[in-house]
Design a protein around this ligand. Structure first.
Ligand code: PEP
Ligand code: MN
Length: 369
């Protein structure tokens, strides 16, 4: 991979010892001393990792699954750190986590997506962290609410934390998608536009939910000029106690990093072009989501077509169509879209839907002949 020496914002935080690109890696969860030290050794051997991560307290969706090793995991992490010289980072979600991390010489903290979603929890952490000045990496909230994300960043700033970075880990999808979390890149780009000096990393592991997509998402993040990556690694991913599908071996991580193309930002010095490119990246992300939605809508249209056919109902339902136009144009107006745009767009989509349903009817007719 081509190295870009000029563009590592973390050099000003940690000095020349950080690698480019800036990569945080390590297991989703600390599971045992041997798992942690083996991962750290293998990662150190790649010479490509700047910070070693391990989850010590795990926020699990349902009770009863592995909830983290707790304090003894911090002891293992300290041993891994002493052996490899890695800086370490741990997720904190409760004030008592901060004290314990300090006791075991953890270098920095990350805030998980579920915690960022809750300003009460963030405020509690901020009260507890005052007086220390360890770097804090703040993941996006579970929902794509940029104000909530910025709010958490502001709270840590107000608590006197001088080294703050954000981590984009995608957003909870309401419907099943190929990724575990929707990237919605436009939100991360908006954050970069609103807080130009804030380093923003990407966490492809939690976006993907599946290791097969890690390279693609990592490349996209680099192409969007993200400031680094957080990628989960495990010596034996299939056996991991949490997030087994998305972790990769340190050896495969090494190959993944080698496969990435690191493009220099085109017009970094030119504010106009750099902003224009950011807006264009937002448009790209939104266009793909529009097409995703159109395809989902068309799948439903198809189901309706089959239902109408089986129940001998006409394709065109004029009343329903009038209701659609009325409610959608009203909604569009509220969002600043002209009636004409919404009407024309829906008219076009509707025409295509009618065609699809006609094809379904004809197809059935042919089959019945
Ligand atoms: C993690 O990094 O292991 C984690 C729990 O992440 P998130 O908060 O993004 O779900
Ligand atoms: Mn995880």
């Amino acid at each position: 991979m081509e190295q870009n020496q000029e563009n590592n914002i973390f050099e000003s935080w940690f000095g020349k010892t950080v690698k480019t690109p800036f990569i945080i890696s390590g297991p989703c969860s600390a599971e045992s001393l041997s798992q942690l030290t083996e991962t750290a050794r293998l990662l150190a051997a790649t010479n490509k990792i700047s910070v070693f991560r391990a989850g010590i307290w795990k926020p699990r969706t349902r009770p009863g699954s592995f909830e983290g090793a707790g304090e003894k995991g911090l002891g293992w992490l300290k041993k891994a750190k002493d052996e490899t010289g890695f800086r370490t980072i741990v997720e904190i979600a409760h004030p008592k986590h901060i004290d314990l991390c300090n006791k075991y010489d953890v270098d920095m903290f990350w805030i998980g997506a579920r915690t960022t979603s809750n300003p009460f929890s963030i405020q509690e952490l901020c009260e507890a962290i005052k007086g220390t000045d360890k770097p804090v990496f703040i993941k996006n909230p579970v929902n794509p609410d940029i104000e909530l994300w910025i709010g958490a960043i502001e709270r840590f700033k107000n608590a006197g934390i001088s080294k703050i970075a954000a981590i984009h880990r995608g957003f909870y999808p309401f419907e099943k998608t190929i990724f575990r979390n929707m990237p919605k890149w436009e939100v991360a780009i908006e954050l970069k536009i609103r807080l130009p000096h804030l380093p923003v990393l990407c966490d492809p592991s939690h976006i993907a939910g599946d290791r097969q997509f890690l390279a693609e998402i990592s490349q996209k993040a680099l192409d969007l000029n993200m400031d680094g990556l957080m990628i989960e690694s495990h010596p034996c991913p299939e056996k991991a106690h949490s997030d087994a599908n998305q972790q990769i071996t340190p050896q495969n991580l090494n190959k993944l990093i080698d496969s990435l193309v690191f493009r220099k930002p085109d017009n970094a010095a030119d504010d106009f072009h750099s902003l224009l490119n950011k807006y264009r990246d937002q448009i790209d992300s939104l266009d793909f989501q529009l097409i995703d939605l159109l395809s989902k809508r068309m799948n439903v249209v198809e189901k309706i077509g089959l239902l109408k056919k089986d129940n001998a109902i006409t394709i065109l339902q004029l009343r329903r169509w009038q209701d659609i136009i009325k409610s959608r144009t009203k909604y569009g107006l509220k969002l600043g879209l002209s009636e004409e745009l919404v009407e024309k767009l829906l008219g076009f989509i509707h025409k295509e839907s009618i065609q699809k349903q006609t094809d379904i009817m004809n197809d059935r007719k042919n089959q019945e002949k």
